[in-house]
Structure formats: C-alpha cells, structure tokens
Design a protein around this ligand. Structure first.
Ligand SMILES: Cc1ncc(C[n+]2csc(CCOP(=O)(O)OP(=O)(O)O)c2C)c(N)n1
Ligand SMILES: [Mg+2]
Length: 545
C-alpha cells in the first residue's frame, strides 16, 4: 500500500491543472506541500517574503493564463499574503493562496499563530474556502483554481488546518481531477449589430482596451477594428494588446480622445479611476461596455449598452458585422486630429528625451531603454515619477507584456513581477524600470531570482526618494529629516551580493552600453542609473489621477 501526504495530493492536482510552478516561503504546517511540489516535479520558488512570492506568482499566472499559486505558513505568513490577494483581485490577475493554519484541536485555546485566516482574507479575495480533510484536498484545489481563473480572474484563499497536510492516506483512493472545457460567453447577435451600426455612423468613435481584452487574447480582432481607422486608448496594463505603433493608437492624445468621442466601446475594462469613474466623456456620447462581468455595467459610468461576453468573441463578431460597411468617421478627420495632437505631445518631449545633462534626466533613461529593448520584451514599470514617464514614453508591442502598479497603485509589486514574468517566459527579456523606492521595497527578489535561475533585468532609476526630492521639498517641513527623500544608495551593490551583473551609471552616454551589457549578461542584472532628484514629469497626470 503506497501512501501519500496532503502535500503530494495538492501538487498532483495542481500539475493536472497545468500549474507547474509553486511560489512561497517554506513554513509549517505547509512544509509537505513544498516537498510534495518538488517530489512531483514542480518548480518550487522559495521567496524571501510572502508578499514578494505572491506578486511573482501573480505575474507568472498573468503570462501563463493559469493561476499563480502561493503557499504560506500560518498567522503572519498569511497576513503577508493579504496584499497580493488584494492586488490580484483588484487587478483581475489569477492567484491562489494556499495558507496553513493552526491545528483544529488547539484552535481557540491559544494555538501557535492562531488567526481566523479565512475571515482575514475575505475582504481582499474573490473567494475563500477551507479544506475539511486530507482526502478532499484535490477537490478543494480544483475548486480554488476554477474560482481564481474563470469569469473575471482574481485572488482566492484556501485555508489548510494544520493536521490536513502532513496526514498520509492511501494513494489509490485519491483521484486526480481534470479541468472541464469551458467555452467563453458569446455576445448577443442583435447587440453586436447595434454596436456595429453605432460605430459605422459615429463621427468620432473610440475603442477603449482594458486588460481584460489582453487576458481574453483579443489582440487580433481588435487590431483589425483599429485597422478600419477607429482610434483606441489602452489602459496602462493593456498596452501592447495592439502594438503601440499602430496608427490608431491614441494614448498620446488621451484626454482629447476621451472627451471628444461620440461613440465609445470599452473592451474588457472598468470605468474606474483610470477613466475618471466614467465621467470624463462628452455628455452626449454613447457608451458601450463589453465585459465578462454583468456587475461591471452598473458602475458610475452612464452606460447605454452592456454586452456580457468574452472580449475576443465580441471583437470578432463586431468585425464580421462591420464587414464591407463604410465608416462615417473616414469622411472626417477625427483620427487625424488625434494623431496630430499625439505628435505635438511627442514633439514637446523631444528635448528631454535626448537631454545630455548630468545628473541624468529620467526621460533620457526611458528613451535609452526604449531603444535597447526587443519588441517582445515584457516591461514592468513602477514608481511615481518614473512610472508616469514610462507610461508616456515607453511603448509595448505584444499582448500581456506590460505590468505596473495596477489598479491598486501598489508599490512593491514591480521587482517580483519582473521575476515572475522571467520565470514564465524564460526566452523573452523581462525588464523592470523601477523607482528607487519601488525597487527597494522588494529588492531581496534579486537573491531569489539568482537562486532559481531566472534572468530578470532591473533598471533602477535612482532619484533618491519617493518622487525624488519633490515630496520632501514641497510638502514636508523645511529642513526636516529625510522621510520621503532617501539616501543616494547604490542599488547595484545588491547584485554583487549574489554575483549578478551590476551596472552603475551616472552619465547619459553610459546608459545604452550598460543596458546592452545587462541584456547580454545572461543572468540577473541590476542597472543602477543615478538621475536628477529634482527632475519631475513634464506633463500628464500621476497614477492616482
Ligand atoms: C504599498 C504602497 N505604499 C505606499 C505607496 C505611496 N507611494 C506612491 S509612489 C511611492 C514611491 C515612489 O518612489 P519611487 O519608487 O522611488 O519612484 P519615483 O516616483 O521616485 O520615480 C510611494 C511610496 C503606494 N502607492 N503603495
Ligand atoms: Mg525615486
């Protein structure tokens, strides 16, 4: 009689569902789960903090269209998972957290690391559950994976009371469950015809692309809609769903596009703060939303029509419905007006992009990164000043290749996202353009990446603080000790600690050679670029507006 423990049951079930990576911090009562993962051939990534491991898992899941799985011990290990759960749920990224908890027999009597973890996880999770026996671990895991992945993806929490993981049971009595084939919801044909008619008659149509469209792999039909001459604006993490160099790309004239359009069709996105809660549009504009979630349709936006369906299926149906139609917008100059505005904005930034000043202008760093990267690079941008500059200046060309602080604007996600993406796509460049605070919030991932053989590149844009010196100088008492501005620390030295590739750059002419060496290094690289701490963005809103 062969026996297996709960850890192996979990690992077998995850592998059967296509999840072959496990992220976490080794701790009781979940040690058998890590061991089981290794025994079953999973790549198990031991992180340095549950938060880092959770963000790595989320990025891995985002790339693979599988849930990232984070395993944590009890009590504080699980409270450390709450931020990744919150970020995953709000940013609609699939994450399954498997958390160990106190042994049932002592719960309520002062058990070690006792906490009602299910209750703690509830407000930040799409779903929570608790495993009730070793025998049913597989069933619960399949349920949790489905909850994280299907519909709108999000973070889910599954609690493992201490006694269930280590217990051994007869292997043959435990079935390994498969995943059902699930067909995505198709759009209503009449609704599609109505939207096609609206788009055909619109003088100033606009498509909005949310990251749900990226998740649904809607690139191809959306690009064909854009080819018809309909301008589009991408949400920050949806960049690259259509290549940013498409002539209909209107992010460079975003305010004009949002405020001037007469028909707006949103694919896979929410009218949340990123779109001014849906209140930024012309009052007479007709607003259509395509989303997998019916609940999204009753947000604050004055929606005229909601279509509950898969973004790809709907874009395909719209294309078919528009086949041969002549678009009224082609008779006018709506697209040309937006293109002209975008070009003017670009022109006004030309000087800073080639600025030769020392200390370096952060725009110059982003311009050099843009030139150095391959088209299919997975780019993570994080910080305040630097994330805003990247959003304005750094293009993406490939679907689901752009990550940032996301819907929750959470600092500390970036460096782990770079590692998680590198693990998911080892043949592509995964690069982070990160503020010094942002990198510092999770910098120990450099050790994790080096240990597990991932090859991320971290470009740390060091302006010595949270928004450089701007917050300290403008909002805090004059002459007070530094709290928002930070020391001009040498972040490249973190690479040296694990024999990773380190670059320290202080002159504009050194940026490109340093990036090229980092790209060629074939190992973890930290490119530290010292920039002007007084430098601010030349235009545009910060990520909170
Ligand atoms: C978890 C979390 N804590 C705090 C903040 C507030 N916050 C916004 S941006 C930022 C840091 C920005 O500094 P840096 O990463 O150095 O980028 P910079 O703006 O200097 O380019 C902080 C702490 C946040 N968004 N998230
Ligand atoms: Mg900074």
């Amino acid at each position: 009689m062969a026996e297996i423990d709960g850890g192996q049951i979990a690992a077998r079930q995850l592998m059967a569902l296509g999840v072959d990576h496990l992220f976490g911090v080794v701790a009781g009562p979940m040690i058998e789960l890590f061991g089981g993962g290794q025994a079953e051939g999973m790549k198990v990534i031991g992180g340095r903090h549950e938060m880092n491991a959770g963000f790595m898992a989320s990025a891995w899941g985002w790339q693979k269209k599988k849930p990232g799985v984070l395993v944590a011990g009890s009590g504080p290990a699980v409270t450390n998972c709450l931020t990744p759960l919150y970020v995953a749920t709000e940013s609609a990224m699939p994450l399954v957290v498997l958390g160990g908890s106190a042994f049932s027999a002592t719960t309520g009597f002062g058990a070690f690391q006792e906490l009602d973890q299910v209750a703690a996880a509830k407000p930040v999770s799409k779903w929570t559950g608790r495993v009730d026996s070793t025998e049913r671990i597989g069933e619960w895991i399949r349920l949790a994976v489905g909850k994280a992945l299907e519909g709108k993806p999000g973070g889910v929490y599954l609690d493992f009371p201490g006694e269930v993981v280590a217990r051994k049971v007869e292997a043959t009595s435990i079935p390994v469950l498969g995943a059902p084939e699930i067909r995505p919801p198709q759009p209503d044909a009449q609704a599609v015809d109505r939207v096609a008619d609206l788009l055909a008659k619109a003088e100033r149509p606009l498509i909005l692309i949310g990251k749900g469209a990226g998740w649904a792999d809607a690139s191809e039909p959306l690009e064909k809609l854009a080819d018809l001459g309909i301008p589009y604006v991408c949400a920050p993490m949806a960049r690259g769903t259509i290549p940013d160099d498409h002539p209909s790309f209107a992010n460079g004239a975003r305010s004009l596009a949002l405020g001037g359009a007469d028909v707006i069709v949103m694919f896979g996105g929410r009218f949340n703060w990123i779109y001014g809660m849906g209140q930024r549009f012309a009052p007479e504009a007709t607003l259509v939303q395509v989303d997998i979630e019916a609940e999204e349709m009753t947000s604050g936006a004055p929606l005229d029509l909601g279509i509950v369906a898969d973004a790809r299926a709907t874009a395909e149906a719209l294309l078919a419905a528009l086949d041969g139609a002549s678009l009224r917008t082609k008779e006018g100059d709506w697209l040309q007006i937006l293109q002209k505005k975008a070009r003017a904005n670009e022109e006004s930034a030309r000087a800073v992009l080639s600025d030769d000043s020392i200390p370096i202008n952060p725009y110059r760093v982003v311009a050099e990164v843009k030139d150095a990267l391959p088209r299919d690079a997975i780019i993570t941008a994080e910080g305040e000043t630097i994330m805003g500059i990247c959003r304005a200046m750094l293009p993406s060309f490939v679907n689901r290749s752009r990550l940032n602080a996301g819907t929750t604007g959470c600092m500390g996600v970036g460096a782990p996202y770079v590692v998680g993406s590198a693990l998911a796509c080892p043949d592509r460049v995964s690069v982070g353009v990160l503020g010094d605070y942002a990198f510092g919030a999770a910098a120990m991932v450099v050790e994790t990446a080096a240990r597990v053989g991932a090859k991320p590149i971290f470009v740390v844009v060091n302006n010595e603080g949270i928004a450089g010196h701007m917050l300290q100088d403008a909002f805090l008492p004059p002459g007070s000790p530094r709290i928002a501005s930070l020391l001009p620390a040498r972040y490249d030295k973190i690479a040296e600690m694990v024999d990773a590739h380190a670059e320290h750059v202080e002159r504009p002419s050194e940026i490109r050679p340093a990036l090229d060496r980092a790209l060629a290094a074939d190992k973890v690289a930290v490119v530290h670029v010292q920039v002007d701490p007084k430098s601010t963005r030349i235009s545009g809103s910060n990520y909170l507006q």
